[in-house]
Design a protein. Sequence first.
Length: 284
Amino acid sequence: VAYLVVFHILFVLFVWTYWKSVFTLPIQPGKKFHMSYADQERYESEERPEVQRQILADIARKLPVYTRTGSGGIRFCDRCQLIKPDRCHHCSVCAMCVLKMDHHCPWVNNCIGFSNYKFFLLFLAYSLLYCLYIAATVFKYFIKYWTGELTNGRSKFHILFLLFVAIMFFVSLMFLFGYHCWLVSRNRSTLEAFSAPVFQNGPDKNGFNLGFVKNLQQVFGEEKKLWLLPIASSQGDGHFFPMRALSEARNPLLTNEEQWEEDGIDEEPQGSGETSSLAIERET
C-alpha cells in the first residue's frame, strides 16, 4: 500500500508540473516597452540614422533597461516593435518576445521563460524522482528474473523493458536537471550561459548573480513552503531584475527600481549623455 501511495503522489506531481509547463503561456513585455503609434511612425519615416538613434534613445531612457547588444546598442526588436527589457529575447518559434527567456523546449512544446521556469524545474525534479522510484521498485523483480524465479515470459520482458526505460530517462534527466540547478545557482538562463549579458561597462556573465540564496529566491520565492509546489511564487514581474552591487556601482545607468515605479520616468542620471551616443541595433 505504501508503494502505491508514493507512486501515485509522484505521478500526480509529475503530471501537474508537466501540465503547468505546457499550458502556462510565456509573458510578453508590457505596453510601456512597445513603441507608440506616433513614435513608430516618426521612427519609420525618419531616414537619418542619427535621428533614429535619438528617438530610440529617448524611449529607452524612460524605461528600466540596462543591458545592451554586443556592440553596446539599445536592444530593440524590429518584429515586435519594442525596446527589450533585460533578459528578454525574441522566440522565433513562438513569434514573440518572451520575458527572461531561457529556451524553447520541444518536450513541452512551449517557450520556457519567467512565467513557467519554476514549473519546468519542478517537472524535471519530479520526473527524476519518478524514474528513480520506478527503477528502485522494479529492480528486485529484475534480480528474480536473472535468478530464474520468474517463470512468466511476458513478465520478464515487461520488467526488463520498464527497468531499461526508467534508467535511461533517469540518466538523461539527471544531467539536464543538474545543468539547470547550476544555472539557477548562478542566476543565469540557458541563453546567458552561452552569451553573457552586456552592460554599458561590457559583458558580465555574473551581472545578475546575487548569491546562492537570493538566486534561489528569485526563481522559487521567499516562502520555502511553496518551493516544491507548482504554484507561481517567483519574485518580480519579469521586467526588472536586481543586479550585483559591483555592476550597479560601475554602471551609471543603474538607478533605484523604486524610481521607475513611482515616477514612471527617471531623471537623467550622470553620464546619460553617453547613452544617446550609443549605437542602436535591432535584435530579433
